[in-house]
Every structure is written in C-alpha cells, then in structure tokens.
Write a protein that binds this ligand. Structure first.
Ligand code: FES
Length: 85
C-alpha cells in the first residue's frame, strides 16, 4: 500500500496538486515536485532563512513545514516576484 496522498496548494496564484508523502518538507515539494528552484535549501533546520516563502501571507521557513500542514494554503515563492518582468 502506498503511503502517499494527494495534496492541493495554491502556488503563486495557480492551483497545484501533488501526490507525495504527508511528511515531505514544503521546501522539497516546491523544488522537486513543482520545479520552483528559487526556494533554496541551506541549513534545512530553520536557521538560515534561505527557504523562506509566504504561507497565507506570513513568512515561513518551508524546510520546517510539512506538506500536510501546507495543504490548502496559498504559497508565494520568490518566482512570484518575477511576474510581469
Ligand atoms: S533551509 Fe535554512 S531555514 Fe530552511
């Protein structure tokens, strides 16, 4: 039996559905599943801030947030700042 589930996020204004393990880090989902590599991974421990994204308008270290916690949230990555350039 698979331990993966389906999760839906709104990322930079677009709905994104991913099928992953619930405990996967949001930073990994953004980079590996959604190919948004502007979100960097440094310490992977909540210390450096390289992975910061906005979750429902609040800055969050995405390396500390699980996919399950992010389910249904609005995520903004640094790529959102490039719109219109
Ligand atoms: S990678 Fe350093 S705070 Fe997340």
């Amino acid at each position: 039996m698979s331990d993966q589930n389906q999760f839906t996020l709104t990322v930079n204004g677009a709905k994104a559905t991913v099928t992953c393990q619930a405990g996967m880090r949001l930073s990994e989902v953004l980079r590996e599943e959604l190919h948004l590599t502007g979100t960097k991974i440094g310490c992977n421990a909540g210390d450096c801030g390289a992975c910061t994204v906005l979750v429902d308008g609040e800055p969050v270290c995405s390396c500390l947030m699980t996919l399950a916690k992010a389910d249904g949230c609005h995520i903004e990555t640094v790529e959102s700042l490039a719109n219109g350039l």
